[in-house]
Design a protein around this ligand. Structure first.
Ligand code: SF4
Length: 270
């Protein structure tokens, strides 16, 4: 199994590659989204490839000739200062802060300390995660989360490992522990051609979710939004010729999950 890469020695600063203010697409209300850089997975379809490496790196925009450095170390105080600038908007819109990535749990000690500081300000926190971290770390982290978008990429451990580089065992284990802790969450499955889009995959996902107590999921059709970023990073993108999927391509997949008793959100609605 791949070694867990949480930076457990130092959490005075976190590696952040973007702070997006006034977001209305990453949870309820108006939100500030903190994008954490670094991910232990290597999904070939990743739409944010600049988020994967746990170090600052250059991106070169060939259209305008600009080179930018992606990723900056920031302290909790620096991030809190930015977050608090929009407190009034969070309160008026029932919004808050969203942790995104990369994989937030790749910097778990820092993220937990940041979450504690945000909760002290009584601000709502959502995270987007695939839950790949040690169970004890995960249990501590979720204490501070008001809601989670939890990505499950494959029901089968071998297929998960072959595509992403890591097994899904921890991911499923931690999902079960979030469910047992009655955390509010939405499981999301990115549906990727020739990886997990067969109807037999839908049936297996259905069995898995039924067994562990997931009652609703969101399907995210494969898209090509990250295409140019690979060029800017000077990296090969092995999925560049793969056709994008649309909600209508996933209706049969949805039906199979529905037949297993799982409610399915697709294209924004159930
Ligand atoms: S888990 Fe998310 S951020 Fe990490 S490689 Fe996969 S798609 Fe990219």
């Amino acid at each position: 199994m791949k070694t867990l890469t949480n930076n457990e020695t130092s959490h005075s600063k976190g590696l952040i590659f973007n702070i997006q203010k006034f977001s209305i697409n990453d949870g309820p209300g108006i939100r500030t989204v903190i994008f954490f850089k670094g991910c232990p997975l290597r999904c070939p379809w990743c739409a944010n490839p600049e988020s994967q490496r746990a170090c600052p790196e250059k991106m070169h925009d060939h259209a305008n000739g600009n080179t930018t450095l992606v990723g900056e170390f920031k302290s909790i105080a620096e991030i809190i200062k930015v977050i608090l600038q929009d407190r009034d908007y969070y309160e008026e819109s029932n919004g808050g802060v969203t942790f995104s990535g990369g994989e937030v749990l790749n910097q778990a000690p820092f993220v937990i300390e940041l979450a504690k500081a945000i909760k002290k300000e009584n601000i709502h926190i959502i995270c987007e995660t695939t839950g790949f971290t040690r169970p004890a770390v995960f249990r501590e982290f979720i204490k501070y989360m008001d809601f989670m978008f939890y990505d499950v990429k494959h029901w089968n451990g071998e297929a998960h490992r072959a595509a992403t580089g890591v097994d899904n065992e921890l991911i499923i284990h931690n999902l079960e522990s979030a469910l047992k802790a009655q955390k509010k969450l939405m499981v999301r499955i990115p549906i990727i051609p020739c990886f997990n889009d067969a109807l037999s995959d839908a049936a297996h996902f259905g069995q898995l979710f039924k067994r562990i107590g997931v009652t609703k999921v969101e399907l995210l059709p494969f898209h090509q939004f990250g295409l140019n970023k690979y060029t800017e990073l000077g990296r090969e993108y092995e999925m560049k010729d793969v056709r994008q999927l649309h909600a209508e391509d996933l209706l049969d997949f949805k039906k199979v999950l529905n037949e297993a008793g799982i409610a399915v959100k697709l294209n924004g609605s159930f």
